[in-house]
Design a protein around this ligand. Structure first.
Ligand code: SAM
Length: 253
């Protein structure tokens, strides 16, 4: 079910990414801990100044990564979209929504909603060509969330985005989201959550190191996410911990 490439629940691409990319960066864990930074340059000789240029080093690397992203939500996307009742949010933006895997789960649960994905141009191109069919008319695409204006909407999804970036960039993005959010609208953060005292779960701790060796970010506790949201203007923060991999946090404007 999980290892065969053609299975609807395949984790083949995740295994390939971990063994071909993550493993190479983990090799430099001591340096990452000492320097507090990503190890792409040592592992692949590619500067990580533009993080996703390093992650998408080649067409093959990009395709593998976005397949890996896609596969997660085929397995646990339903839990995420049902964590809160999202039926009142009709215009939804999935920022860094990649192939549209979570967007598909959302529109299949909430028939009245449309989702626009904002992602980097080459991801958008590949997603349109290979992942989203013409039948999925509730799904649209736009580009760069850091540099382009984010249009007004009822709900913004930021799944596995905040954990990629520095505090400063997270604040910049969430402030933009707050400004584009309609009054009464919301933001849904989806991430692996650490216990408040950071004593676990082991999977979140491991992923926090994983983020250290190959991104600018880290995993956080529910109160750290709550603070990021309240600092950028959101209120009525609700947290849903499933006891599985990912948790969800909803903030309102
Ligand atoms: C860790 S992946 C998460 C993908 C997806 N949200 C998910 O949970 O499967 C981060 C995503 O952010 C996208 N991304 C990175 N920089 C971006 C930018 N400036 N504007 C839009 N998307 C960006 C990447 O291409 C990638 O799809």
């Amino acid at each position: 079910m999980y290892m065969v490439k053609s299975s609807p629940k395949t984790l083949y691409y995740m295994a390939m990414y971990f063994s071909k990319v993550s493993y190479m960066c983990w090799h430099f864990l001591p340096q990452a801990v000492r320097e507090g930074k990503c190890q792409y340059e040592r592992a692949f000789g590619k500067s990580s100044k533009e993080l996703f240029e390093a992650i998408y080093r080649s067409e093959e690397d990009m395709t593998n990564f976005i397949h890996f992203m896609d596969s997660t939500w085929n397995i646990c996307g339903k839990d995420i979209v049902e964590a809160f009742d999202l039926s009142e949010f009709h215009t939804v933006y999935d920022l860094g929504g990649c192939t549209g895997s979570l967007a598909k789960q959302l529109v299949s649960t909430y028939k009245e909603s449309t989702v626009t994905i904002m992602d980097l141009p080459k991801v958008v191109q590949t997603a349109k060509k290979h992942f989203v069919t013409d039948k999925e008319q509730q799904i649209h695409f736009l580009e760069d969330f850091f540099n382009d204006p984010i249009p007004e909407a009822d709900l913004f999804i930021v799944a596995r985005i905040i954990h990629d970036w520095t505090e400063e960039k997270c604040i910049k993005l969430l402030t933009k989201v707050y400004q584009s959010c309609r009054p009464g609208g919301g933001v849904l953060i989806v991430e692996l959550l650490l216990n408040e005292d950071k004593s676990g779960p082991v999977i979140s701790q491991l992923f926090s190191l994983h983020m250290l060796v190959h991104t600018e970010g880290k995993e956080r506790t529910p109160s750290e996410y709550t603070k990021l949201l309240t600092d950028t203007g959101f209120r009525d923060i609700k947290v849903k911990v499933f006891g599985k991999m990912y948790g969800a946090i909803l903030g309102r404007k």
